[in-house]
Design a protein around this ligand. Structure first.
Ligand SMILES: Cc1ncc(COP(=O)(O)O)c(C=O)c1O
Length: 389
């Protein structure tokens, strides 16, 4: 079996016999002619779906999906116009009126926000966690869907996904793992019994802060069809141009992610010993409460993700000052791209989380989240040093 770095380059399996081209072309065409003019029957894609209209199936998008399936070691994958487009399709596929979904309290704010909004369709959302024991207690018989993140945001917790998977199996709930922060390099949820693995491709997989996209890895052909149908109905397929860029981005995932993780560990250590820093949250630090779990779960030893958070001494005012003073690092949301980004969770990913839950989680007013890019580590450290000073 090829290794992930090989699959991320060659996993699309595209080869054009006529021209010898082995890079997936950009099919911008919206429509595809029926091969049989009499019956009007559409062509079929390699996985048997009709390939007649690009809101449904598109060959450039297919190339990218094949790479995702190889990386996640899943049977299939679907690409979406955004991570949220994928998560919306998951909710609509799995949930009906009267159902209950359990979501980790520290999941991406809009993931929670969308689920909570489904109350108007009679769907109940239970926010649980953030730690494993509390999370498992809330997965009671009757729960239909459970959603966790491999690495949470902004406090970078690592929950015991195998234990959660076991509990989901006991009560017959489907487990969705948002694997965005870990990438398939650190964890492959389907290999451990999860139902689906979802990604915001906007982050590490795209990797260049120039596309918005999503992806879902799935094994069961019936689930694939149901998700595919919702993608078609919602009109949330990834655009061909985004898929073309996503293919280019994912080809370098391994080298980028390795460096981002190394940069994150180096800066976590530097901040840990910094006199102006109150606390650092990063599972790569030996004294971090999630260090052992990360070592147990993650497939690449010594890599703990490219995001860390820290609290600045002196409260909100000082944290905002750091945001104002950084130069090379950009004050911006998102993560996983070439640029290092510093972000104030209270006004971005955690904005939609209620103040009470934020307090419970420890998302304080002096918390900053740093998502590492690919710049030189000495330049990054110098920038943080001048901003903190
Ligand atoms: C963990 C996680 N999941 C899902 C999403 C949503 O992805 P997108 O912004 O591509 O819709 C985000 C966005 O920040 C995220 O951080």
């Amino acid at each position: 079996m090829p290794k992930p770095s090989t699959d991320s380059i060659h996993g699309h399996d595209y080869y054009d016999v006529e021209t010898g081209a082995f890079r997936v072309p950009l099919y911008l065409s919206t429509i595809f002619e029926h091969p049989d003019r009499r019956t009007g029957e559409a062509r079929k894609s390699d996985r048997g779906f009709e390939q007649k209209y690009s809101r449904e199936e598109n060959r450039t998008v297919r190339g990218f999906e094949r790479v995702i399936a190889k990386l996640e070691k899943s049977q299939e994958a679907l690409a979406f116009s955004s991570g949220m487009g994928g998560i919306a399709a998951v909710y609509l596929t799995a949930l009906s009126s009267g159902d209950t979904v359990v979501i980790t309290k520290e999941s991406y704010g809009t993931t929670q926000d969308l689920a909570l909004n489904l109350s108007k369709l009679g769907i109940k959302t239970v926010l649980a966690g953030p730690d494993t024991e509390d999370f498992i207690q809330r997965i009671k018989p009757g729960v239909v869907l459970v959603l966790v993140e491999t690495i949470t945001n902004p406090l970078v917790r690592v929950v015991d996904i195998p234990a959660i998977t076991k509990r989901c199996k006991e009560v017959g709930a489907r487990l969705v793992v948002d694997n965005t922060f870990a990438t398939p390099l650190l964890y492959r949820p389907l290999e451990h019994g999860a139902w689906l693995s979802v990604h915001s491709v906007t982050k590490y997989i795209g990797g260049h802060n120039d596309i918005v996209g999503g992806a879902i890895a799935v094994n069961d052909p019936l689930d694939l069809t149901e998700l595919w149908e919702f993608r078609r109905r919602l009109g949330s397929i990834m655009g061909p141009f985004e898929a073309f860029l996503a293919l280019r981005g994912v080809a370098t995932l391994k080298v980028r992610f390795d460096l981002q993780c190394k940069n994150a560990l180096a800066l976590a250590k530097y901040l840990h010993d910094h006199p102006k820093v109150e606390a650092v949250y990063y599972p790569g630090l030996k004294d971090n409460p999630y260090h052992k779990m990360a070592d147990k779960l993650f497939l690449e030893k010594g890599l703990y993700g490219g995001v860390l958070s820290f609290k600045v001494k002196g409260g909100k005012q000082k944290a905002i000052e750091v945001l104002k003073r950084i130069r090379l690092v950009k004050p911006s949301p998102s993560l996983g791209g070439t640029e290092s980004l510093l972000n104030y969770p209270l006004t971005s990913a955690s904005k939609t989380i209620s103040p009470a839950v934020r307090k419970e989680l420890g998302i304080g007013e002096n918390l900053l989240r740093l998502a590492l890019g690919l710049e030189d580590i000495e330049d990054l450290q110098a920038d943080l040093e001048q901003a903190l000073r």
